[in-house]
Write a protein that binds this ligand. Sequence first.
Ligand code: BMA
Length: 364
Amino acid sequence: MTKHCILSLIACCASLSLCLSCRQETSREAVLGVLHHQAEQRVPLLGHQDALMYGHEWNSKASESCDFDRSDIKDVCGAHPYLLGLDLGGIETGSSCNLDGNNFESMRQAAIAHHERSGLVTLSWHPRNPKTGGSAWDVSDAGTVASILPSGDHHQAFLGWLDRVSDFILSLKDSKGKPIPVIWRPWHEHTGSWFWWGQDLCTTQEYLQLWEMTYDYMVNRKGLDYLIWAYSPGAGGLTPELFAERYPGDAFVDVVGFDCYQYGSNQSYADDMRKALDIVSAFAADHGKVLAVTETGYESLPYPNWWTEVLGPVLKDYPVAYVLLWRNASEMPLKEKHFYAPWPGGPSETDFVKYIESESVKLL
Ligand code: BMA
């Protein structure tokens, strides 16, 4: 081979690999572009946790062949939520189903089907406690985070958990074999102390190390360099200092948001939302990040005009890229009142349709 041939071969390989990485980069960039655009327009994408898996009165598990084309929101207004939320809790131990009974293979198919319809997917994770073997809510051992960091006894085992999470995400590919960029939201609500990675369960330095280790393993070891990373503390007691304290850094985060639920009056929820949105929108602007409401809702929607009179008026004042409603549980009768989105015949159906028709939020 002549020197000229070798040089052109090297140039060709270099441009091919550039091209491949561009292709991945473009997808990630395209999603970020959509998110920035919606925020600028002040028309958030509407998301719903587990939307295609089950609803208030149905479960995809019950149908023999399922194309994941049903959701409570579509049943109510004819279009799916733009964003599908799914949770990987349980995958770390090799379970076939997640903590809410969704089969992981079905979740994989739902995520792909949603992407093929041009929707976006966001993944959260409620992993079991790697030290005690308890649930994500087992806060009995304040040494759990320390135990999975590089010098801890459970470090190697935990890397195996990250392998399983990463392999699931890597298996999300479109019909052409192209990886699907998802919004990945690990270690959420850490400003509270109800998960083993929460505020009183680890130091700031340990939390930051946990995030960086997760990022490094997934991006650099597993090749997941096309994810969109979301950082989302809880809204309760949020201050600019608290939000910034455990922020992993601009290099490790794309979306900044918070989780905020209504427990009291409409006014107190609106106040909580505005307070959190003031803090996080200012942070997003300063750091050039996307602003999102990463989880919200009012369990069982006891106020029927909640959409147009409570949520809508707050959201319209901020550049929010997306808002994710929590799940409409199908565990009956145990969780009959555990729903956050409308369903046919449910309490807030009419107002939800009105809200959608006002084009203040975007469905698929
Ligand atoms: C909670 C509830 C639980 C569920 C958990 C993880 O808010 O919905 O029933 O197990 O989220 O999805």
